[in-house]
Design a protein around this ligand. Structure first.
Ligand code: C5P
Length: 248
């Protein structure tokens, strides 16, 4: 898939910072390294579309505001994000099939008149911070993360969205169920020796690629590194080697 062609296109660094100034400084340091920059809830709430513009100076923009609302509201929001030129955005699959189909239609309808590419739509299946115990606490009777993820994958496929966000632990099963064209984006990436932080289901970059992930999302292991650009380059090197190992 062209959007994930080179190793650098398979890394998204999460701009999880609290101000536009911090985002600008980080974008300057990371320029030309990761192919994607992710704008999440915190930065978007602080800086709005300016954050998309800053990230878009040197990478494709992944807007990760995890939409979850009635279909009409989600469709209008997807339309607005499309006009801002984001290349990928997230929405909760648990918002239901009507919401997902409305989002897809809005992305297509908004992109078409300007002949711009529509953003890829990714469903959040089960947050990578949630364990089986947490699912049971939320009232999911079976409380088995893998089963709930697969239900959400089926819904994503039926509703015509492009892929899902999932833990690297589920990537291989999702790949075999959903096929080669379905996009799988995995947060919860941790270099050897790095703490899990609040992620419950983690893997190394090489492990995530081997499991079938298209795009790895990395926040703290890059943001908290003494040399964020160097940390991102190390991850890209690891991705490149893992992709090479897959091809041989
Ligand atoms: O710092 P860390 O590498 O854990 O950051 C992971 C990023 O991926 C965060 O921006 C988080 O919001 C995002 N994410 C996640 N789990 C999901 C979806 C997105 O951790 N299921």
């Amino acid at each position: 898939m062209s959007e994930f062609e080179f190793a650098r296109d398979r890394l998204a660094v999460a701009l999880d910072v609290e101000s536009l100034d911090q985002a600008e400084a980080l974008v300057e340091v990371l320029a030309g390294v990761p192919g994607w920059l992710k704008v999440g809830g915190e930065l978007f709430t602080v800086a709005g579309p300016a954050a998309i513009a800053v990230a878009g100076k040197c990478a494709k923009v992944f807007l990760d505001t995890k939409l979850h609302d009635i279909p009409n509201t989600v469709a209008r929001t997807v339309g607005a994000a499309t006009r801002h030129g984001v290349s990928m955005l997230t929405l909760h699959t648990s918002g239901g099939g009507d919401m997902l189909r409305a989002a897809r239609a809005a992305a297509e309808d908004t992109a078409a008149p300007g002949d711009r590419p529509r953003p890829l739509l990714l469903g959040v299946t089960v947050l990578t911070s949630l364990s089986s115990d947490a699912l049971r606490e939320m009232g999911f009777a079976a409380g088995v993360v893998a089963d709930q993820v697969m239900r959400m994958v089926d819904l994503a496929l039926e509703s015509g969205i492009d892929g899902v966000v999932a833990s690297p632990h589920e990537a291989a099963a999702i790949r075999s169920r959903a096929g080669a064209e379905f996009r799988i984006v995995t947060p919860g990436i941790r270099p050897e020796g790095w703490p899990a932080d609040d992620q419950a289901r983690t893997a190394t970059a090489a492990g995530a690629i081997a499991a079938g992930s298209d795009l790895l999302v990395v926040g703290r292991p890059v943001l908290q590194a003494l040399d964020p650009s160097g940390a991102a380059r190390l991850l890209i090197g690891e991705i490149e080697r893992a992709c090479g190992a897959e091809e041989t």
